[in-house]
Design a protein around this ligand. Structure first.
Ligand code: KG4
Ligand code: ZN
Length: 355
């Protein structure tokens, strides 16, 4: 079959992104404009500011993506856009741009689930195209979600676990803020990247035993994540031990917190992988980990060891494709287009779209 090219547009949170991807997995162009200068002074993402930022930046970002790929809108086979979940004032900026472009140029429009896009990105970036094959297990860890799923096919998911309270990225962001960590200039990932950097100079021992292990006391087979207790304990301990007064303590706390997070994730993943391997159904082909938090090198190496101990491959997209980007939306659009899943020009946003 003839290769197709799709434009992907993403404005669900604080990154304004557009990219053009070909169905053989080649990224023809990729443009991401963050909004660090808008949100860092506010201590986090402010939805109305983010929406304004998208309005200002998106036309230029789309033009740049087309120019870099050396194509025009007429060359595109479809236009894909994040329809949800995401911030209510932000999603319509991308969706309306995509609908108008598609309608004016008579192109198929594809509304994409943001988390589906994080999951399917692994099939664009692995060395074997369209691998991992379905079904695979995926852990999606981002600022808004902590989801463990079995992916049976495009649009066909079994949820295995979600979080009872905060997403892991949310807990990371709150902790980074409580530790007063500055975002790293020119690096994606905002507070999460700052926390990872701080932890490099520390070790977990000083605080490890003082942090609660989420949900360990409860039924050990409970398949749910919980991060709010850990986050609250960290914030309290930061005050009690006067952590901010000593840069070494800050690094040690960052390290202990990251360690507690990954131990909790590992514990749930182990249960899920053990259950999955026991089941007689089609064996899962891989463990895919994606979403902004999956760009963390420490988490990636711990998850690599876990996957190896279960003898299944770990597939993580490269860090810059784990955080929000347009290529993942374009790729999910390609997978949906090839499955015959196209939308009307009348679709609206779905800020709380369940997967
Ligand atoms: O997927 P994403 O870019 O946006 C959402 O869909 O939410 O994920 C953003 C989240 C934020 O919580 C950010 O702090 C976290 O991913 N993050 C990281 C790192 N880079 C981004 N967390 C830990 N370590 C990182 N290197
Ligand atoms: Zn995301």
């Amino acid at each position: 079959t003839r290769p197709v090219i799709v434009l992907g547009i993403e404005t669900s949170c604080d990154d304004t992104a557009a990219a053009i991807v070909r169905s053989d997995g080649t990224i023809l162009s990729e443009v991401v404009k963050g909004q660090q200068s808008l949100h860092e002074p506010m201590g986090g993402v402010v939805p109305t500011l983010a929406s304004r930022g998208h309005s200002e930046q998106l036309p230029g970002v789309i033009c740049q993506a087309l120019a870099q790929a050396q194509v025009t809108v007429d060359d595109l086979d479809a236009i894909a856009v994040t329809r949800g979940p995401g911030l209510p004032p932000c999603l319509p900026v991308g969706l309306n741009a995509a609908k108008t472009l598609a309608a004016v140029h008579g192109k198929p429009l594809i509304g994409v689930h943001h988390m589906e896009a994080h999951a399917l990105t692994a099939r664009m970036t692995s060395s074997l195209r369209q691998h991992p094959a379905f079904p695979f297990m995926t852990l999606l860890i981002s600022g808004g979600h902590t989801l463990l799923l079995t992916v049976n096919g495009v649009g066909d998911y079994d949820a295995l676990a979600t979080t009872l309270d905060n997403a892991v990225g949310e807990a990371i962001d709150k902790t980074a803020r409580a530790l007063e960590l500055a975002w790293i200039k020119g690096r994606r990932g905002g507070p999460g990247a700052a926390l990872e950097q701080a932890a490099l100079n520390g070790s977990p021992e000083r605080y490890e035993q003082l942090l609660p292990m989420p949900m360990l006391q409860r039924n050990k087979s409970t398949m749910a994540f919980s991060f709010s207790g850990l986050k609250t304990a960290v914030v309290r301990l930061i005050e009690r031990d006067n952590v901010l007064a000593d840069p070494q303590k800050v690094s040690d706390m960052a390290s202990a917190f990251q360690t507690a997070c990954i131990r909790h994730i590992e514990q749930k993943l182990e249960i899920a992988l053990r259950n999955e391997i026991k089941m007689a159904g089609k064996p899962i082909s891989a463990l895919v980990v994606s979403g902004g938090v999956a760009s963390n090198t420490f988490f990636r190496s711990r998850l690599q060891s876990l996957a190896s101990s279960f003898d299944i491959p770990l597939v993580c997209p490269p860090p810059q494709l784990c955080t929000d980007n347009g290529a993942m939306i374009a790729w999910a659009g390609i997978e949906r287009l090839q499955a015959g899943l196209v939308d009307d020009y009348t679709i609206t946003t779905l800020p709380k779209w369940p997967i």
